[in-house]
Design a protein around this ligand. Sequence first.
Ligand code: AMP
Length: 637
Amino acid sequence: MAKIGINIATGSLQQSEMIVGIDLGTTNSLVAIIHPELKRPIALKEHDSSSLVPSIVHFDEYGNASVGEVAKGFLETEPQNTIFSAKRLMGKSYNDVKNNAGFFTYKVIDDNTESLVKVQVGNQFYSPIDLSSFILKELKQRAEHILKTPVTKAVITVPAYFNDAQRQATRDAGKLAGLDVLRIINEPTAASLAYGLGLEKDDERTIAVYDLGGGTFDVSILKITNGIFEVLSTNGDTYLGGDDFDRLIIQHWLKEIGLTEDELHTNKQLAQTLRLIAEEAKKHLSTNEVFEFDTAILNTPKSSLTTYNLKLKTPNLRLTTYDFNLLIAPLIEKTITSCNNALKDAGLAATDIDTIVMVGGSTRVPAVKNAVSAFFGKPVNDSVNPDEVVALGAAVQADILAGNNKDFLLLDITPLSLGLETMGGLMDVLIPRNSKIPTKVGRQYTTYQDGQSGMRISVFQGERDLVKDNRKLAEFNLTGIPGMPAGLPKVEVNFLINADGILVVTAKELRSGVQQSIEVKPQYGLTDAEVEQMLLDSITHAKDDIQTRALVEARTEGEQILTVTEKFLTKNANLISKDEMLATANAMQALQLAITMEDKNLIQTKTEELNEVTRPFAERAMDAAISGAMKGQNIMG
Ligand code: AMP
């Protein structure tokens, strides 16, 4: 993708707009911005609290929603009203999720297996889009509260493996929350951006992004060239994460304590307490060798765990790093197998990976880092907070979109205008440069000759008024237009650029349905320097170009009038008096001369004069089709 300044651009955003980056996670979500003074990404948080907002929505008996920590408090006590992991349901049908139905403690509706899932709470039904929108609304309000300014625009991240439906669902959730979602970007891309990867000119590298969160694991192999992040492969396990580490610790302790899992299941409070202590142990062991927990403190009123009436047969819960590593080794091994598969799918070897980026809270576990580093044979990048790295990268992308960082590449926009050649070799721009992609634009054209059965569609890229100064991307003929008078056919040309930057040009004659299309890759094949040169040329030649365009337009119109008049005269000689014929011939000659002289004003005057002379008899006989052609609009050869 080309590196371009964006201020001149149409459709680029105002500098003052605060665009936030949002990581809408399975377990936690958060908002980040580029700090206006520090010029670096920061995660937003209220004074002492965490930047992480649990992605949990609780509904009270009246259907009022609460989100985040408050909602999390109801996970154990009101599981049927407390929705977690809604992201797992995004864009899914019941068929897609039924194998994991046991995972959800709330009611996932199975009405019609083909339709998208809904969650039932009381007698209300919520789509995953609704649920995500509650989380996004909370994030928006938090951001507005912290920033003391309205927040209406956002970049939201999604897993690289999300399909179109899931991406669209995320976009819709944003819209429902009152956010204009400027871009949906892949989480691994965002994480790379947070490390500044791909932001340097000529940065070419292959990156592995290893993302181990609370409940999901994925690894993506990305290739960056000229600021384009291409996902070569992804792999993972959507039901593997730090929560499984916690579960293994609990099982380990249960054995020591002498309790069975069934006994644990019947005592919800004990289960919850153990889960919290297990998570604490895991986190503690990320920086210590031994974890010890004196269960006696559960009986002191100051402990946050006192509310739970835990009666253990042994007073201490203990875990060493050594034991913990043994417990989780099989799970880590599973993730390494995924890394191997991802590499295989990308057709790469571990040694081809230049950079490894760690994402997700569970990558804080030293054994995880060591295993990943050993597998790829390199140290991993873990200096950015792994819980925040995706949101921070989304903020970097948001800042680029806001136009605040002109040195950075602008991803996913058209670097140069795209258009068609119209009569006289003029460039008719359909998609102006710096348009956001995907995008679709249509315009109607007509013929200028009676019975014209084909139309040449020439696609150009560039900023100059004449196509000869721009770059031709593709050309094709729309053939088989049934014979019609000039101006009657309606040829609709559509330019569609999909999210991958592929331009598809379609031409369709609407009266007959004749259609033809071609695929072009507009972004590729031009170096940054070439794009810059083309932009520069368009500015240098702007004045000349305007004059040339005016001349060409006048000439084209003049030539069309001459052609049409000539045809009219041969066909309808009987309708015209001798004087009229003579006056017409003179006016035609004068116009012809003006055209040869390339004098715009003279051409316009002489065209007008010829029009005057022919008007009386033209009105008598001219049919609508010809008058259409004489207007000279949107005509192609
Ligand atoms: P995420 O989904 O990325 O927010 O990751 C959350 C997971 O990271 C949870 O399973 C946490 O228990 C885990 N986690 C957070 N901090 C640590 C830590 N210091 N050591 C180990 N795991 C952690």
